[in-house]
Design a protein around this ligand. Structure first.
Ligand SMILES: [Zn+2]
Length: 236
């Protein structure tokens, strides 16, 4: 046993045998107190009984403070946009989908109506109510659009399009880039419309689809909004 130990390289034996100085209980308590209080600047004068604390403990404290500050800085920088995570920011934007209106009456679903296909959903709201972009995209139409009246069409990065119809007025122009939540226009009763409402129509590959399940997959629950609306009405 002794023979084997003596044959080990000195460096190895040295590392193994030099005891790590035990971190004193005092240092641990004071360190956590400083970190907990969020103190950044650390001087000997700030310490209680500074004279009785050995320089090595002070160094250890400073190091602990610097390290914890580094960690705090790094944590804070995670949410800040920068060139390096621009792609991550764009990925987050791609996930932002919003309701076009707050507070509406879901009047007419997608499907057959009066012998023909109703190609969108009708969200009834008072004339002049602002409506917003459901998702980031490019405005490809902003103005009179036949039966849709004053309408806005926004094309998204994935190629899908949303038509917002029957506006009393539009607030954007063709070619404009919009973000989810940007105001596009005001609810109205223009074109082939039976009363003030927003006609919301989704096109995928150029064809209209039922917006309700399509939006639901993207976290926009039209049904939830209806339930909320009616429960508020019932409670009032
Ligand atoms: Zn409609």
């Amino acid at each position: 046993m002794r023979q084997r130990l003596s044959s080990e390289p000195d460096r190895y034996r040295g590392r193994r045998r030099v005891p790590t100085p035990p971190r004193s209980r005092y240092a641990a308590v004071v360190t956590s107190a400083f970190v907990g209080a969020g103190v950044v600047a650390l001087g000997a004068g700030a310490l209680p009984d500074a004279k009785s604390v050995s320089p090595s403990v002070l160094d250890e404290l400073k190091q602990a403070s610097i390290t914890s500050q580094d960690v705090a800085d790094r944590a804070a920088s995670v949410d800040k946009p920068s060139r390096s995570n621009a792609r991550d920011s764009q990925a987050k934007r791609d996930e932002v989908w919003l309701l076009p209106l707050q507070g509406y009456d879901f009047k007419s679903p997608y499907g057959m109506r009066w012998g023909k296909l109703h190609t969108g959903i009708d969200l009834v709201a008072p004339e002049g109510t602002p409506y917003v972009a459901v998702h980031d995209g490019t405005v490809t139409k902003a103005g009179w659009f036949g039966g849709y009246g004053y309408a806005v069409i926004v094309k998204h990065a994935d190629g899908s399009e949303i038509i917002y119809g029957h506006s009393s007025e539009v607030s954007v122009h063709e070619g404009q880039q919009v973000k989810a939540g940007d105001q596009l226009g005001l609810v109205g009763n223009t074109g082939h419309s039976y009363g003030s409402h927003l006609h919301l129509e989704v096109h995928v590959d150029g064809q209209p689809i039922d917006p309700v399940p399509w939006l639901d997959v993207r976290g926009v629950n039209i049904q939830l909004q209806i339930d909320t609306f009616y429960s508020e009405v019932a409670a009032s």
